[in-house]
Write a protein that binds this ligand. Structure first.
Ligand code: NAI
Length: 343
């Protein structure tokens, strides 16, 4: 099987080369992202392997189908970059539903601790032999309330970590997890109650029409003054302009962002030495209470191995006609596909 691998980074290759070789899959690696201009590179391939910022819209799907490409293998969990409705009946789409919820949840806590204990400032200060503590006062997480939106795999690991710190949890999910609410330290509440009652907000839901800009002017107004926002999920969950305004007005005390609405042209690339055209991102990065990482929450050895292993298995399963990780726009999961209703 031949697979065109788009948006390749040096850290992707070792595990995909190894698992591919072991299972007779030949990956052809391209550094460019998949879009209408680059889709032709998949000529002669049975499938394409793509990541979060590749574009799989109607035009790309048409080009791939015309070349006989049968499968889009997402090497990530989110699939908001794929026109699932258009793909239906034309090309199979498989994904890696979970590669390491621990990686993302642990990165979220790393960002929170870095921010509130000013580790990013201390690192720079002490390298300059500046041992002053002025302006470094943080606060205890113990006893604080964290609002978690999305209590799926990552959200639940993050809740466990927060409970380890002695925090109280207010949770919101469209489909609450059974047995999570203990009526005391972890409670499912309405979104409004979560906004008004949380010292820290953490986003762990997918990006959908419903969750687009779930954090915007209106929701931020409901929040406590000084609230800390953590977003390691998807950029467009947060209205970045509204966040910037709320930071300027001191409503938001700090923001830790691993994702950004307009990240696709910037994140994963080196723009040092360039002038950043995105004024909103530049202004956010300039703030002393904003930490931005470039969609690296997933990036652990364990996650990279799981991603490669599951993607290779997905491709093998698809070749055999059935893959539990196939997606379709109707079910958003594998259910309909497994019953063969989708194609
Ligand atoms: P999951 O599918 O296990 O959990 C998502 C949860 O969100 C589910 O419980 C679901 O019911 C809930 N949800 C769906 N619609 C909702 C709505 N309208 N309001 C509130 N909750 C809603 O997914 P998982 O693995 O926990 O991942 C969560 C998100 O993390 C992914 O969608 C992805 O965007 C992001 N992610 C980020 C990574 C990074 O490197 N920064 C890596 C992997 C995932």
């Amino acid at each position: 099987m031949k697979i065109a691998f788009f948006d390749t980074k040096p850290y992707d290759r070792p595990s995909f080369e190894r698992y591919g070789r072991e299972h007779g899959i030949e990956f052809k690696f391209f550094e460019t992202k998949l879009n209408e201009d680059t889709a032709e590179l998949a000529h002669g391939s049975d499938g394409v392997c793509v990541f979060v910022n590749d574009t799989v819209n109607a035009a790309v799907i048409d080009i791939l189908c015309a070349m006989g490409v049968k499968v889009v293998a997402l090497r990530c969990a989110g699939f908001n970059n794929v026109d699932m409705k258009y793909a239906f009946g034309k090309i199979h789409v498989v994904r890696v539903p979970a590669y390491s919820p621990y990686a993302v949840a642990e990165h979220t806590m790393a960002l929170l601790l870095t921010s509130i204990r000013r580790i990013h400032k201390a690192f720079i200060r002490t390298r300059d032999y500046n041992f002053s503590l002025n302006g470094m006062t943080g606060f205890d997480l113990h006893g604080k309330t964290v609002g978690v939106i999305g209590t799926g795999k990552i959200g639940r690991v993050f809740i466990d970590i927060c409970r380890g710190f002695g925090m109280k949890v207010l949770a919101y999910d469209k489909f609450p997890a059974e047995g999570l609410d203990n009526g005391d330290t972890i409670r499912y509440v309405s979104l409004d109650e979560l906004f008004t009652g949380s010292d820290i907000l953490s986003l762990h839901c997918p990006l959908t029409e419903e969750t687009y800009h779930i954090i915007g002017e209106e929701s931020l107004q409901k929040c406590k003054r000084g609230v800390i926002l953590l977003n390691t999920s998807r950029g467009a969950l947060v209205d970045a302009e509204a966040l910037l305004a709320a930071i300027k007005s001191r409503k938001v005390g700090a923001a830790c962002l691993d994702v950004y609405e307009e990240e696709s042209d910037l994140f994963f690339e080196d723009f040092s030495g360039h002038i950043l055209d995105d004024d909103t991102l530049a202004r956010l990065i300039s703030m002393p209470n904003v930490i931005v990482t470039s969609h690296q929450a997933f990036l652990t050895e364990e996650a990279l191995q799981n991603i490669a292993e599951t993607t290779v298995q997905n491709l093998l399963d698809m070749e055999n006609g059935q893959c539990p990780n196939e997606l379709c726009y109707r079910c958003g999961s594998a259910e309909d596909c497994r019953t063969g209703k989708c194609f």
